[in-house]
Design a protein around this ligand. Sequence first.
Ligand code: GDP
Length: 418
Amino acid sequence: GSIRQNNIINGNSPLKLFTHAKTTITDIFKNITSYVNDSNIYLSDVIKSDRNLISNEKYKEIQHLKEKVSRILSIISRDHMKVVFFGRTSNGKSTVMNAMLRERILPVGMGHTTNCFLQIEGTDKIEASVLIPGCDEPKNINNLSTIGNALSREKVDSDSLVKILWPKEKCHLIRDDVVLVDSPGIDVSANLDQWIEKYCLDADVFILVVSAEATITIAEKTFLHNVATRVSNPNIFILMNRWDATDDEPEMVDLVKKQHLDRGLEFLCDELNLYQRKEAAEHRMFFISAREALSNRNIDLSSSSKSGFTKAHKERLADFNKFEHEFEKCISKTAVQTKFEQHANRGKEILSLISETITNTINKSQTIKEESSEKLIQMEERNTFVENELISITDVAKEKIRYVAEDVYKRVSQTLND
Ligand code: GDP
């Protein structure tokens, strides 16, 4: 039953894990909002009753929770999954991204024009637009070639960020909250540390695109070493691109593949010490042709004769699909953990702060009652309204605390374990 249920929840893509968790955590925080509001109403009555049941500081602290919770809700609404692509110029980064986006969005083969960071993110608008640093307004882009034109006309620094706002409805990756970042060729940028500081610290996944005709360079390795010192347990994928080049030398394919695999695994597993060899060989390195994957995705499948593809071609397409699936699983799981676990913990803190405060006021009120003189009891009677409210709200509050807290624990741990 649960596998079927998971499939329904996840749709076809593992990315749904993230979007589902985001909806869930939003609901939870809406619950917390109403609980915070109720508690504030109750505590302001307590303050008005002037019986010293709660200190002013505590009261203010609880009042501030309102803003805190609404801030968290707005952060959640902006939470997304982020993947950074890097590698030398012309290794095929833009082509890989286009293949994943299933459209030729990024300009390809114009090394000099993409000499800055390009971030592709979703917009609810129907039209695509470009946001260039220094300009306040995004510029509409009517067709794709204008992205290239817009970029080559503007002077942008190599470490500045140009945003492409792409209609969510056009692309499933973007609809499911994935933000993709293309970087300038690692061979042309001197300031790798600054790159990491500015654009990579919140990345969930790093994808190194290597040309199968070359090997991983020192610059690429240095970059990943720096990433690994700043980001704990980074998720790295290595794509050996242009694997179609091996069609010219079919007898060499297995040997070359083994060499690439050995070197890549040595780097990821022994040098960076990030994964086990078996796991990395299965899940972290892929031999693909981004160009073939892109054109395969752009053709009308009904009219094409897929049977014309060679075995090697089919294998490359299959490896691209496998990579995408692994990528989607990995990025959604990581993003849920790094982003939502933190929110869930804040939620739990907020709940226990309120619950503790309310319990304290109740205990205090009871103590006062027990110790109080006849006069105080009379005064108490004047406060029966507050008193009754206090009791009823306490019961409701306790019930709510239990419900919300259990809900948070259950849903979060379920989401994290999926
Ligand atoms: P980037 O500079 O890393 O973004 O590289 P691009 O994506 O712009 O690609 C540079 C050139 O390599 C373009 O002409 C692409 O068409 C070509 N290219 C990209 N991927 C492949 C591939 O898998 N096989 C072949 N043969 N060419 C590719």
